[in-house]
Design a binder for this molecule. Structure first.
Ligand SMILES: C[S@@+](CC[C@H](N)C(=O)[O-])C[C@H]1O[C@@H](n2cnc3c(N)ncnc32)[C@H](O)[C@@H]1O
Length: 270
């Protein structure tokens, strides 16, 4: 059952779950406090965020996120850990912004999260990956302590205190056909885009003035996409596009190599 409200202490805020009976999939190894700070910095956590630590141990990531003003939720299957979390949150004086749940991390409703932190193993990250990609909003950030996400490449990797940390940004669903209008002075160009996306990599073709052009250097960063088209027969010079998807419409600007900038927008075909 999925229930979402906005108050962290509202019992309906989280998915209702059964008391877990399974053993931990990974043992408890805490992240060093200094590394916790870097993970939250890498995820760009602000008071506007809701941070979930899946497999939260003693709650240190959740409590550190709450100290930054965010709301935060910790999930752990081990009752002893959850008791420690509650005690640590009380000591830190952040009980009003945190919630700890004893549950399997695979059963929890993660849709309210804008940031997810993971210190699990690669095979558990891979098992979670479809849920992360489908349930989180585009632009949500995932930071993993050391372990990666298989063939989903990180958007950023850093090393801090000898730990490798990976940032993944949930890409928007952009694939498929788009009808575009580019407004250059005195003329509107109509372009059709057929986009394919593999994680944050964007490929496909553009049909402009009856010429088919390959999309070059396409990238999706949360709700924003960027790509280039080579200049030539299609009557536009080499052009670099950026746009953000809001309410089913792409809006942005494109810039030619000579520096001229024009607005463009795109909608799904009716
Ligand atoms: C490596 S520790 C990380 C603790 C904390 N996130 C940190 O970075 O300090 C992994 C935690 O995941 C918990 N865990 C393992 N399997 C789990 C599962 N299926 N559901 C929820 N928690 C789980 C363990 O009890 C342990 O506390």
């Amino acid at each position: 059952m999925h229930m979402t409200t906005t108050a962290p202490n509202d019992p309906r805020w989280l998915q209702v779950h059964r008391t877990p009976t399974q053993l931990p999939d990974v043992p408890y190894v805490p992240t060093d406090d200094a590394v916790v700070s870097v993970m939250l910095h890498l995820a760009r956590v602000t008071p506007a965020d809701t941070v979930y630590d899946l497999g939260c141990g003693d709650g240190r990531i959740v409590i550190a996120a709450a100290r930054l003003g965010a709301r935060a939720v910790g999930v752990d299957i081990d009752l002893q850990r959850i008791k420690e979390c509650d005690w640590n949150a009380k000591r830190a004086g952040v009980q009003d912004r945190v919630q700890f749940v004893r549950a399997s991390l695979f059963d929890i409703d993660i849709r309210p999260a804008s940031v997810v932190t993971l210190y699990l193993l690669t095979h558990l990250n891979l098992k979670l990956r479809p849920k992360l990609l489908f349930d989180l909003q585009p632009g949500s950030r995932i930071v993993t302590n050391f372990f990666e996400m298989g063939d989903w490449p990180p958007d950023q990797t850093i090393t801090a205190y000898k730990r490798t940390l990976n940032l993944y940004v949930i890409p928007t669903w952009i694939q498929g056909p788009w009808h575009c209008t580019i407004a250059t002075p005195g003329r509107r160009h109509h372009m059709r885009l057929d986009l394919r996306r593999h994680y944050q990599r964007l490929t496909g073709t553009a049909i402009l003035n009856r010429h088919s052009l390959a999309i070059l250097g396409g990238h999706v960063d949360g709700p924003t996409l960027t790509f280039s088209l080579a200049g030539g027969p299609a009557s536009l010079p080499a052009t670099h596009f950026t746009a953000t998807l809001t309410n089913s419409t792409l809006r942005g600007s494109c810039r030619t190599d000579s520096g001229a900038t024009f607005p463009w927008c795109a909608m799904r075909p009716a």
